[in-house]
Design a protein. Structure first.
Length: 71
């Protein structure tokens, strides 16, 4: 039970850091990269698909994981 508690605390800390990073990136305007698809079928519905941001996050995540998990 002690191990599960530690894992949950670490996961919460990681999520808090990721959330803070997302807020900072949003304040810097990174949420509207080229490649963001916006579709507004009606006045009260907007569909946003951030393809450019997904590609950037994927590349950065791949590089970080390759550096951290290299043996």
């Amino acid at each position: 039970m002690e191990t599960a508690g530690k894992v949950l605390l670490v996961a919460a800390a990681v999520l808090a850091v990721l959330g803070a990073g997302a807020l900072v990136l949003s304040w810097l305007g990174v949420d509207r990269l080229p490649g963001t698809l916006r579709w507004k079928p009606s006045d009260n519905v907007t569909v946003v698909v951030p393809v450019g941001l997904m590609i950037v996050v994927s590349i950065v995540g791949t590089i970080v994981l390759n550096i951290l998990l290299r043996r």
